[in-house]
Design a protein. Structure first.
Length: 65
């Protein structure tokens, strides 16, 4: 009886693994379009100013305490 269960379970496990392998071949992501060129909207400059102000505030807080 034990060998009959093993011989019955092996094809079922094989079909489950086969189904999982087929599911792993899902739809690929479409490649994103290439950027048109360097775009400067000022956010990098704003972020740089914010970091400088943050460091100044940190230094002032350190000096006060």
């Amino acid at each position: 009886m034990n060998t009959a269960m093993k011989s019955f379970a092996l094809p079922i496990i094989g079909f489950i693994l086969l189904a999982l392998m087929n599911l792993s071949h899902g739809q690929d992501l479409a490649p994103s379009p290439a950027p048109q060129g360097p775009v400067n909207d000022g956010t990098a400059l704003d972020q740089g100013v914010a970091y400088v102000l943050l460091l100044v505030a940190l230094a002032i807080t350190y000096l006060v305490h």
